[in-house]
Design a protein around this ligand. Structure first.
Ligand code: NAD
Ligand code: LMR
Length: 327
């Protein structure tokens, strides 16, 4: 039997938590022969801790063979202690009429303390995946607190956007979503993101040869993917949860699986014209479990460059808004 992976999940009694934990425990994130220990963090409020207890009872009642332990706590040191992966979900979601950046002041500060504690008590191979919005900038805040863990251990999720774009492409081309590949999201998890249609493929062929409709690709497609979160809030009355949990499973699974090519928000280091110190969605290839490299040198036309410049500008503005939270 393999040594269990310790997975810390914050906001474990929230909407995404409820759709996520059962998937991790059944093996969807790390594979069908990899045991896990769930280390669940909630706020020290009776209602939240009671709800967490209920979730843990349900996890017990699933009798998952891979689930070797559940920690329920309101203490970050306990949740992140020896954690190999930290899934930072716990944060306020936006409501109707808000943009994700409106959450920065409230949510940003959560990631100062959590970044510090993860750096202090996480396992030596500890890796972090940020979901709480605005995810890119919260990830930058957490990473800035770390002295021991290098910046490339901190990633934020743009996988939901990748999955959204893949489905829109498949529908437009009248193919199955499995036929669509090389879907890359550049920039911020916000309406400014760029769904790089010019790099995508359908059954190995350039997508632009299959979907010749440039106007749709540059206009409606970008809007639909960029504003999908808002459309779900408007329809459901609360923000996406099952699809977000599914995207996080995909994000970590693909970072754990060598050879996978996918979109992840990482420290840009200046790639593709981004400011070097922002966390931007970029195309990555996983080279070993948890290790990735940014795929460099993909072609960008003037349209792509202008979209990247706009989303980069927003990321730089977000960084300026939280400059007091950065170390
Ligand atoms: P939710 O309100 O249902 O749950 C959040 C949970 O986090 C709550 O139970 C709350 O008590 C807990 N929490 C708050 N602060 C915490 C802290 N400091 N430590 C531990 N737990 C804490 O919200 P949700 O729908 O699960 O969404 C969570 C976050 O994920 C939101 O910020 C939302 O906007 C974001 N989100 C991101 C994406 C993405 O693609 N990046 C997608 C969907 C949602
Ligand atoms: C999403 O994209 O669905 C999430 O980021 C939630 C939101 O606020 O849009």
């Amino acid at each position: 039997m393999k040594k269990p992976i310790r997975v810390a999940v914050t906001g474990a009694a929230g909407q995404i938590g409820y759709a996520l934990l059962f998937r991790i425990a059944e093996g969807a994130m790390f594979g069908p022969d990899q045991p896990v220990i769930l280390q669940l963090l909630e706020v020290p409020v009776e209602k939240a801790m009671k709800a967490l207890e209920g979730v843990a009872m349900e996890l017990d009642d699933c009798a998952f063979p891979l689930l070797q332990g559940i920690v329920q706590t309101s203490k970050p040191e306990e949740a992140f202690g020896d954690a190999n992966w930290c899934c930072l979900v716990g944060a306020k979601p936006r409501g109707p009429g808000m943009e994700r950046a409106d959450l920065l002041k409230d949510n940003g500060k959560i990631f100062i303390g959590q970044g510090q504690v993860i750096d202090r008590v996480g396992a030596s191979d500890c890796r972090v995946a940020v979901v709480g919005n605005p995810a890119n900038t919260n990830c930058m805040i957490a990473a800035s607190q770390a002295k021991r863990l290098p910046a490339d251990r901190f990633t934020a999720m743009v996988r939901l956007d990748q999955n959204r774009a893949a489905t829109q492409f498949a529908k437009k081309a009248n193919v199955q979503v499995k036929d669509v590949s090389d879907v890359f999201i550049f920039g911020n998890h916000s309406p400014s993101m760029f769904s790089a249609f010019h790099l995508a493929k359908i059954n190995g062929k350039p997508l632009t040869q299959v979907i010749g409709h440039q106007e749709w690709l540059r206009g409606e497609l970008q809007e639909t993917v960029g504003k999908r979160g808002g459309a779900i809030i408007a329809a459901r009355g609360s923000s996406s949860a099952a699809s977000a949990a599914n995207a996080l499973v995909d994000h970590v699974h693909d970072l754990f699986t060598p050879g996978k090519i996918h979109s992840v928000a990482v420290k840009s280091n200046g790639d593709y014209g981004f400011d070097p110190d922002v966390w931007a969605g970029l195309p990555v290839k996983t080279i070993a479990p948890g290790q990735y490299e940014v795929i460099k040198g993909l072609p960008l036309d003037d349209f792509a460059k202008s979209k990247i410049a706009a989303t980069n500008k927003e990321l730089v503005e977000e960084r300026n808004t939280v400059k007091d939270m950065l170390k």
